[in-house]
Design a protein around this ligand. Structure first.
Ligand code: ADE
Length: 355
């Protein structure tokens, strides 16, 4: 399976630097790539998705048909690209990975569609950011495996239907609600990826430690899992960081003490919040009396962009119950105050009781 490109922040990087073309850069994140599971057995978690996919893949193979188009949505780092890679490997086909912001001009998407071979998978990350023109090129491609090309001008214009190889589109998004309904309706399978449990993340940690050839105890794995915000990508990153500490400062084994002490030094707290998460909660409490406050204001005060706040920080803070979204903005919950060790003022407590 050839991964042409992949990067969680590709969209953002491409926007800042349009010279980077994701479909032309080689996959450069060797660590993440090397630990990616290639089959369903080594892919931990998302059990209901795996069960559905196994049946769908088997049926497609028996029918000798390409797989239905699939849409995966959910917070970043939960394995959308990884599961797409597993699907490609299991189907024995190539996967082309790109990101919607890289498909700015019609020829970007047309070029990719025309270069696909039968049965191949096209993975489009951040698919909610696809522009209207690209979307309209995709409709007949997804439905009838054709491209509608217009030649000539106004009155003499003709539409040519050009066949393209049958392919499977896998779309990934953190914002399913921002997808237009005609595009959403063209996916045969739509699945939300869930945050991982501590038990599942412990398995991810143990698997990655084994690949890195570092010893980890059951309790050490659990300590890392507990601070991984329900997200395997974070668990993997933390294993690597803690492994560095284990090798340099300790005896090379990740046990609970090594994990806890290393993660304390890295300022990742018991719930996995990092300095930005805590700064966000502190800002709302100290400057805005606990909220509500708009996300634009929060982003400006933290010198972050709105998308990072919305897509990276907030999903877990909301899920952990530290933050609440209200029509008037974000509020820190009683649990959020408690986590930071700050007393919630009675005015705020009353507001929460009214909610
Ligand atoms: N690495 C990232 N996601 C994973 C998963 N779901 N299972 C195993 N390893 C992973």
């Amino acid at each position: 399976m050839a991964i042409i490109s992949d990067d969680e922040d590709l969209g953002r990087r491409v926007k800042k630097n349009p010279v980077i073309k994701p479909e032309t850069i080689e996959y450069d994140n060797t660590f993440e790539n090397s630990i990616r599971p290639k089959d369903f057995d080594s892919y931990i978690g998302q059990s209901s998705l795996k069960e559905t996919l196994k049946i769908t893949l088997e049926a497609a193979k028996r029918r000798e048909q390409p797989l239905d188009h699939l849409l995966f949505y959910g917070p970043p780092g939960l394995g959308k690209t990884t599961i797409a890679g597993v699907i490609a490997a299991q189907m024995g086909v190539e996967i082309r990975i790109t990101s919607a912001p890289a498909l700015e001009r019609p020829r970007d998407i047309i070029g990719i569609l025309m270069s696909l071979k039968g049965g191949e998978i096209l993975f489009i990350d951040e698919i909610h950011r696809l522009n209207k023109v690209a979307e309209e090129i995709l409709y007949p491609a997804m439905e009838d495996f054709t491209l509608d090309m217009t030649t000539g001008k106004s009155q003499t214009a003709k539409t040519l239907r050009v066949p393209i190889p049958k392919f499977t589109l896998i779309g990934a998004t953190t914002k399913a609600g921002e997808l237009s309904s005609p595009l959403r309706d063209r996916f045969g399978i739509i699945h939300r990826l869930e945050f991982y449990t501590v038990e599942e993340l412990s398995e991810v940690v143990k698997r990655t430690a084994k690949i890195l050839d570092i010893k980890v105890t059951e309790e050490g794995a659990r300590a890392i899992a507990m601070r991984s915000r329900g997200t395997p990508r974070i668990a993997n990153r933390l294993v690597k960081r803690v492994a560095d500490f284990a090798i340099v400062k300790y005896d090379g084994v990740i046990d609970r003490r090594v994990a806890d002490e290393s993660l304390d030094i890295l300022k990742i707290d018991k719930f996995g919040l990092d300095t930005t998460d805590r700064a966000l909660l502190n800002l709302i409490i100290e400057k805005y009396d606990g909220g509500p406050v708009g996300v634009e204001t929060i982003a400006a005060a933290l010198s972050e962009d709105v998308r990072t706040i919305e897509d990276v920080c907030e999903p877990y803070l909301l899920q952990a119950g530290f933050l609440q979204r209200t029509p008037r903005g974000r509020k820190v919950s009683p649990e959020g105050y408690r986590h930071l060790g700050i007393n919630m003022p009675s005015s705020q407590t009353r507001l929460f009781e009214e909610l």
